[in-house]
Structure formats: C-alpha cells, structure tokens
Design a protein around this ligand. Structure first.
Ligand SMILES: O=P(O)(O)OC[C@H]1O[C@H](O[C@H]2O[C@H](CO)[C@@H](O)[C@H](O)[C@H]2O)[C@H](O)[C@@H](O)[C@@H]1O
Length: 563
C-alpha cells in the first residue's frame, strides 16, 4: 500500500480492524467502515489493481472531531489552524491554516449547513464513485460557502475532488458542520488518447469535522478560469476545426462535435473515469439547488433578473421540435417568477413560436438567438424599464435567411428524419431523427448550401446545426441589451441569473462572467465545458429552482412587512 503514513496520526488501518463496527460494501469501488467515531472508506477495486501493479491505492479517513472551526474566506484571512498534532503536520505543511495556502499537504476547512432527517451514520461522496445515497432515511448536507468551489478549484489543483455535500451525520443533530481536507499526495495520469486528464489520488486524507459554527459566506463564484476537458473529446478543439477546416475536415468536425455532445458517448466512458469527470464537474459547477441559499445571499440588495432559455430548460428535449411543449406546472412557475422579477425568455427559436409555447404576455422575449427582442405585451411594470422594446439587429438578412431555408429544405428532403426549421433570423437543421450513419451526408448538404452565403455562419446545438448571420450578436448581447432596457445598464444593484442548456447559452454565461455579475446555470446531467457557475440536471430541477426563488421572495417580503 502506498498511502503515506503519518507517524503521529493514529494508525487508521489498525484502529479500524480492531474496533467492532459496521462495514458496508457500497460499490465495487468503495466500502465504508464506521465505529461511531471514525469512518473509513476503502477502495477495494483500487487495491486489486494495485496488487496487479497497475494503480496506487488511496484510502480516505473521515472522523468526526470536535475542535473549533476555521473558515476560509478566500481573501487570505487566516482561518483556525487544523489540529496538526493529530495529523502530524508542521505549520508549513498545513499552510498555516489559512485558506490561501491550501494545496497538497495543506488543510482546508469548509463550513456549511447540515440538514438531515432521520438518524444515520453514513457518508456519501459522489465524487469517489457513483454509488447512491444510503440508508433507510434521507440525509442531506449542504456544504461550502459560495466561493468555496471556485476557491478550491483554483488553489487545490491537485485534489482528486471533494464531496458535493451530502450525507454525513455524526450521530447527533448539529446545525453546522465543517470539513477538513488533508491533501497528502496526488498523482495525475494523462489519458492522451482522449484528451482527458484523469486525476488519481494516492494518499488522500480527509477529516470530517462536526462542529457548531457560524457559517461564513464567501462571495459567490465570480469569473474564474474556465474548467474544461470534462467530456471525452475536447469540444473546443472540434469547434476550432469546425470553424477553420474545409471540405471533409469540416464535415467530420461537425459530426464529431455532435457525437461528442451526445450522452450515449459519455456513458461509454469507463465508469470510474466517468465518475471522476462527473465529480470534477460538480466540483466546479455545484447544483444551484444545493447552493440556493448562497445564491440568494449574493442577491441581497440587488434586483434579480431572470433569463430563461426554452428548449431543454423549460421544456424537455423531444424528437419533434414542433411538439416541445412546456408543462402547465412549468408555465405557472415562470408566471410566478415573473411576478417578482423581470423575466426574459431567450431562445434560438423564432420569437412567435417560442411565445406560442410559453404564452405569458408579461415576459420579455428574445427569439432567433437574441436577434428578435420584444418587451412585454402587457407593458413593463418595472420603474426603470423602457416603455416599449423591439430590437431586430439582423433585419437586412431576412430575405437571405428565407432563401437559405428553402435551399436547405430542398437539399435535405431525401435524407430521412432531417428537418429544417425556419427561425426567422436563423435556420435550424435537425439531426435528431436522422440515422447517425447519415449525419455526414446531411452535414455535407448543409455545407454545400452555406458555402454560397459567406455572410452566414454556423453554430451547433443539441443535435442541430444552426445557420445565422455573421453579425456580432448572440444570446449574450441580448442579455446585455435587455438589462439596459430594464434600466440596469451600469448598475451594481442587479443580479442577472441565466438558465440554459445549450452551446448557444454559453455566450450569455460568458457575458455574466465577464461582467462579474450574476450567475449562469447550465442545465445538464453530463459534464460539459461551460462558463456557467452552477448546474441543474434537467427541466424538473429548473422548476424546483424557480419554485424556491418565488418562495424565498415571498418569505422575504413577508418578513419585511412584519418589520
Ligand atoms: O435556444 P433554445 O430555446 O434552446 O433553442 C435551441 C434549439 O431548440 C430546438 O431544438 C432543440 O429542441 C428540440 C425539441 O426538444 C429537439 O428536437 C432538437 O433536437 C433540439 O436541438 C429548436 O427546434 C431549434 O430551432 C432551436 O435552435
């Protein structure tokens, strides 16, 4: 076993084997042992592999301790130091206890809120493997001040990962809890074949501290380095090829890129690697539901403005684009949100079409990827908002788009399942119902039409190629335009929240990062290269988020009226 032994720390292996307790095999990758004061995770699969000389094993020791909390605040302020004696670390090794020195051999303490129902002595670390929540009763923990994930990813580049924050209960009810992470040694292995960097930890010690503590909330994740490379094939590279390559290379790039974004291909990645990718992704883009309170705290004194993409965000992805209906429950959720916050739908669809799906006159609509913006038919109720808004920066392209639409219909009619959708200022060519073997043929037809129109460009969505004018206008620009129309052009007292699932939503996420204002929330079950700060898995979670937003607003208004 290659785990680094700490001379002053208790010998976890001996302790665990001596003490009567409970042991549980959670998956081929992890077994858990606890004796009431100590939890030991073991990785039998890794052990087997080590025996075969393939891999170094790691073990994770988690123990409730009672010493006082230390809270990293991301500003370099020193938190309390860890119990170095217990872990046999020098001050140098634990980085002085301050958050700024966290790294291998350092310590990080995180505090969060503990919520749980029932009584359970187990632990859930989704980052280590893909086992699910345990036990007869539900246990849930939110950890991490808002800046933690950003902080962690920037400073602890050598960590394998850390729990997203569910499921540790030390046996008694504590309203706060903390996590100490000791990073001792770590190895990286490059999977050059697929452009994937897989992190493998050798000797990761993790102490879970259960302690009464006041939480210290860090600033919410703002602009950070983009964390990339979570999916099996580097999308960025493919897109580059897509823009620069010609002929067959370009076609292949389109098709490859479309395949790379297909969940079926992500599933085919071996599960340990997939779960590492997944956990790394969750680390960088925690759930907007579990971080809800931190997001709301960041909105104190600010006007939240909601931006919602349509397909894949408010409605589930379906085969027939004309039948992508939104549920009545979702409509109600959006209507409620719009009661309290200015709300815009930002879609690649033609504005009229998306309006016919959403049917809420009180919203702002930005159709055709933001190239067709209109204010609420009912008239804006926000004081600073412009009276009427109508903006169509690509009007001169209308005849050209019409022409291209007709040409594409003609060219693709022989390909079963292909569908061309006229989105007024742009055109979508759908691949979803086309046999994958024919994707190259369809992409070739698109290219043959597009080459006659140098003023048009191509972007890619979920099994769709989108043709649009080369003007510098996208969902990000639309977001900025709408903020301005609402009277928030150069304000600090606004918090835009953009929820979207698609590549074209990245333009909006990027704008938020650049402005250092608000949050992007990506709707996705799978790791993706994204500029969003948070994630939600699917439209159902989007609806939960909208419900919580409304509930939070109602409660805060009620609280204010009582005062
Ligand atoms: O910006 P959005 O509102 O997300 O629009 C992007 C595209 O959405 C639609 O296509 C997608 O949803 C369809 C229905 O679920 C699905 O069949 C298709 O595969 C997806 O790509 C819409 O039909 C496109 O025109 C939009 O560009």
């Amino acid at each position: 076993m290659r785990q680094e032994q700490n001379p002053e720390a208790p010998n976890e292996k001996q302790e665990s084997s001596k003490t009567p307790g409970a042991s549980l095999s959670l998956s081929p990758y992890v077994s858990i042992f606890h004796n009431g004061f100590q939890v030991l995770l073991r990785f039998p699969a890794a052990q087997r592999e080590e025996r075969r000389g393939k891999r170094e094993i790691f073990e994770c020791i988690c123990r409730p301790v009672t010493e006082g909390p230390g809270v990293p605040d991301g500003s370099g302020r020193r938190g309390n130091t860890c119990d170095r004696k217990r872990w046999g670390m020098s001050e140098k090794e634990d980085g002085g206890g301050g958050a700024s020195n966290v790294g291998p051999g350092g310590t990080l303490r995180i505090f969060g809120r503990l919520r749980f129902r029932g009584f359970l002595f187990l632990l859930y670390f989704p980052f280590i493997c893909d086992w699910v929540v345990l036990g007869p009763r539900e246990v849930e923990i939110d950890i991490g001040p808002p800046g933690f994930w950003r902080y962690f990813s920037e400073h602890v580049t050598d960590a394998i990962s850390i729990a997203e924050g569910r499921g540790f209960v030390g046996g008694s009810v504590v309203p706060r809890f903390g996590v100490e992470v000791f990073l001792k040694k770590k190895e990286k292995e490059k999977m050059t074949k697929q452009n994937v960097v897989v992190a493998e930890a050798a000797g990761l010690n993790m102490a879970i501290t259960v302690a009464m503590a006041e939480s210290s909330l860090l600033p919410p994740p703002g602009p950070t380095k983009q964390a990339g490379g979570y999916i099996a094939i580097s999308r960025r590279k493919l897109l580059k090829k897509l823009e620069t390559g010609g002929g067959a290379a370009r076609i292949n790039a389109w098709v490859e890129s479309m395949r790379a974004s297909s969940p079926t291909h992500i599933k085919s990645v071996p599960s340990l690697q997939a779960s590492t990718d997944q956990s790394s992704w969750i680390l960088h883009h925690p759930s907007a539901l579990s971080m809800f309170e931190q997001i709301m705290n960041a909105s104190q004194g600010k006007q939240i403005v909601m931006f919602l993409d349509y397909d894949g965000t408010l409605s589930p992805i379906v085969e027939d684009p004309d039948r992508a209906f939104m549920s009545e429950a979702m409509r109600k959720a959006v209507r409620d949100v719009a009661r309290y916050f200015p709300t815009a739908i930002v879609s690649g669809r033609c504005r009229d079409k998306v309006y016919s799906f959403v049917q809420l006159a009180e919203l702002y609509y930005a159709g055709s990827h933001g190239m067709d913006i209109k204010g609420p038919a009912k008239g804006p109720k926000y004081k600073k908002a412009k009276k009427s808004v109508l903006f169509q920066p690509a009007s001169e392209f209308l005849p050209m788009i019409d022409e291209v639409y007709k040409a594409l219909v003609e060219k693709t009619k022989s390909i079963p399942g292909a569908k061309v959708e006229n989105n007024k200022f742009c055109v979508s060519v759908h691949f979803r119902c086309v046999d994958e073997k024919r994707w190259s043929g369809l992409a070739e037809q698109v290219r043959s039409v597009l080459k006659e129109y140098p003023k048009l460009r191509l972007s890619q969505g979920r099994k769709v190629l989108e043709i649009r004018p080369t003007i510098k206008w996208d969902k990000g620009k639309a977001l900025e335009f709408l903020l301005e129309s609402l009277g928030f052009a150069n304000c600090n007292d606004v918090l835009p929240v953009y929820i979207g699932d698609d590549r074209t939503d990245e333009d909006a996420f990027k704008v938020l990062r650049q402005r250092g204002q608000g949050f992007g929330i990506l709707v996705s079950k799978n790791p993706k290269d994204t500029n969003a700060s948070y994630s939600l898995q699917e439209p159902a979670e989007v609806m939960d988020f909208l419900h919580r937003l409304v509930e939070w607003k109602r409660l805060s208004l009620r609280g204010r009226s009582r005062v």
